[in-house]
Design a protein around this ligand. Structure first.
Ligand code: IPM
Ligand code: MN
Length: 349
């Protein structure tokens, strides 16, 4: 009997290639730490949409609700109009499953070079807690007089007290486990309505949980991330600022090759885990994609399931192959990671 059912959505581009390697690492951890897994595959993504017009059929969504966790590769391909799969599959899953936290560690691992001068491992190690179900992502808005000189387009950002507060509570709890420092990133000097809600709620939650609250405007936070990343430990921010800030975070931590993410509903399963890198159609099929971000996302998945030792082994296995990773194919890296996870040792070749 499997202890966990994991839904697998490899998706598009390099998604299937990196997910295959992440699965090997998870299977190796399950064998070593003695738990059973049942993988259930879903062929959702560009091919399915082009064939049937379906991005996420209701029947698939219903099944996904019963999984213990979801591992996703990447969605999107140039032959599908932008937004179709992003909104129809990925964002729909975030909304329907109420995955209200997007947790994105920004961590510079040993053997990975940061583009920042003089910055090494230990200098960049922070968590971004991105609100994941509100803001401009809700899709509230529309267009009138399309194509004419009087065209009007609106994209309304919606923030709710409940949505903001639950995200802040998660971030404050994470800050409490770490340094006790939480930084709210927003743009309260311009977004006076939503900013005020975030600021008041953050003050209340920080006081209640007992963490020190700092604040940075989103533009200044970009400057600080590059100039002084050590000033941050846990950042909490709205959906769009978080989207932008975490790409910058990935850049300072050496690129998208190690950027993992967890779309969480901390209260109920299933949560969804995916590398930040996207489908990278330009290198799909070349065997050169780095599977480490997918493997680190799978480590977050195991952590979320409460399999802490397995999560630590998978993270360590991924870190063990980073030295000279560019010289190996996707599959060779995955095999070396799985070997390290299974045996507990770092690969020697
Ligand atoms: C991300 C991506 C998505 C987002 C896109 C693909 C919808 O950029 O996960 O960061 O904007 O959230
Ligand atoms: Mn993004």
């Amino acid at each position: 009997m499997a202890d966990y059912t994991i839904a697998c959505l490899p998706g598009d581009g390099i998604g299937p290639e990196v997910v295959a390697e992440a699965r090997k690492a998870v299977d190796a951890a399950a064998a070593r730490f003695g738990f059973g897994l049942a993988w259930v595959d879903y062929d959702l993504g560009a091919d399915r949409w082009l064939r049937t017009g379906e991005a996420l059929p209701d029947t698939a969504l219903k099944e996904l609700r019963d999984a213990d966790a979801i591992l996703l590769g990447a969605v999107g391909r140039p032959d599908v109009p932008p937004g179709v799969l992003e909104r129809g599959l990925l964002l729909r899953l975030r909304f329907e499953l109420d995955l209200y936290v997007n947790l994105r560690p920004v961590k510079l691992y040993p053997a990975v070079a940061s583009p920042l001068a003089g910055v090494g491992p230990g200098d960049v190690d922070l968590l971004v807690v991105r609100e994941n179900t509100e803001g401009v992502y809700v899709g509230a808005g529309g267009v009138v007089h399309r194509g004419g000189p009087a065209e009007v387009a609106t994209e309304t950002s919606i923030e709710t007290r409940v949505g903001v507060e639950r995200c802040l509570r998660y971030a404050a709890a994470r800050a409490k486990e770490r340094s006790g420092r939480l930084t709210l990133v927003h743009k309260t000097n311009v977004l006076v309505h939503a900013g005020d809600l975030w600021r008041r709620a953050a003050g209340e939650v920080a006081a209640e949980v007992g963490v020190e609250l700092d604040y940075a405007h989103a533009d200044a936070a970009c400057l600080y991330l590059v100039g002084d990343p050590g000033r941050f430990d846990v950042i909490v921010t709205d959906n769009l600022f978080g989207d932008i800030l975490t790409d910058l975070g990935a850049a300072i931590a050496g690129g998208l090759g190690t950027a993992a993410s967890a779309n969480l509903n901390p209260a109920s399963s299933p949560s969804l885990f995916e590398p930040v890198h996207g489908s990278a159609p330009d290198i799909a099929g070349t065997g050169t994609a780095n599977p480490v971000a997918a493997v680190l996302s799978a480590a977050l998945l195991l952590q979320h399931l409460g399999e802490r030792a397995a999560a630590a082994a998978v993270e360590a296995g991924a870190v063990a192959v980073l030295q000279g990773a560019a010289g190996y194919s996707t599959q060779a890296l995955g095999d070396r990671i799985a070997t390290a996870v299974a045996g507990g040792g770092a690969p020697t070749t």
